[in-house]
Design a protein around this ligand. Sequence first.
Ligand code: QUE
Length: 377
Amino acid sequence: MTGAESVVVVDDVSTNNNGFNIGRLTLNKPKALNALDLEMADIMLKALQKWQTRSDIVAIVIDSAGEKAFCAGGDIVSMYESMVEAQGQIPAFLETFFETEYTLDYTIHNYNKPIIVWGSGIVMGGGMGLLCGASHRVVTETSRLAMPEITIGLYPDVGGSYFLPRLPGKSGLFLGLTGGQMNAADACFVGLADIMVASSEKTNLIEQLVNYTWGPTDQNSLQEAVNTILNDLAKPESEPQGNIEPNMALINRLCEADYVSDVVNAILSSDMQNDKWLSKAQSTLAKGSPITMHLVFEQCKRGADMSLAACFRMEADMSCRCGESGEFQEGVRALLIDKDMAPKWKYKNVEDVPKSEIEHHFTSPWSKESHPLSSLQ
Ligand code: QUE
């Protein structure tokens, strides 16, 4: 499945020494902002599994076609169609999609050689899932990272339950509730990216990987080699001004309460008029799904002391419940199908959501043994 027409271009790039190769995956649906569909996730997972056992492969590069986006999210239009069809049941397509996507993300987290993700342009939702677990997470001056699912009545999945509560202070909860966008400086500050490189350097990076004198292939040596190559390309002095670090004290104060309604009301009633970034975060929350507000709060609480594998299993449960409840379907309808931008959420305010509704999202549709992600360690 290689070739320019493939939705993911899979390439073995030969290096200039000792028969070593670089595995390269290029997301190739630039008109859809490289939003991840089932076929793409499947191709990526199979290629990564194959490369994991090949001793000539020294590193992986994951990048994308087009300047605009690394990956804008998941293919939520296909998910919408399956939800319409299933009429309140959990669509089989969603189960398969999330099983494949989370297995792919998990594989990236636990890979046995360096994975460089070129996170230039839009990196949101499903794109964050691909970036987050990589050993070498590159951002550029055009990077815009976010977990914007509050807008579509979903919740920050793809490992969000694991990584959001582990960000500095309350920044993860804030980013999940508001869909707040991070630039390269923010991403490096919170620890979701490792290094900032100019977007014009991508070809140069591939050249450096090809020309490098690859030697010992134990995992540490390979990681160190990629560190060296990336550090040579980095230009830390060109990092933009970030928005999170200067607002950290405020974010922590707004998000400190024990109840989600208190946190939401604190953010909504704070005067943010003088800060463009904060006002945008505030208005995204104001328009967002009240069910999602609860899910974000609860996943951050539960995920804080869960393993990565347990987080992905919990998210498979939650995502399927979202596919059943109608809130996610309504969010996609308003944003991408009818484009009226006016979702009719099931509850008007965060206070109106019954506890039982949220609890249901954390009950598994499967027994422990039959869970599709039961084999993740
Ligand atoms: C929130 C989201 C997503 C989003 C917009 C949001 C998301 C997603 C897309 C998207 C973008 C472009 C496409 C596409 C999907 O937009 O997850 O198919 O071509 O995938 O506000 O969570």
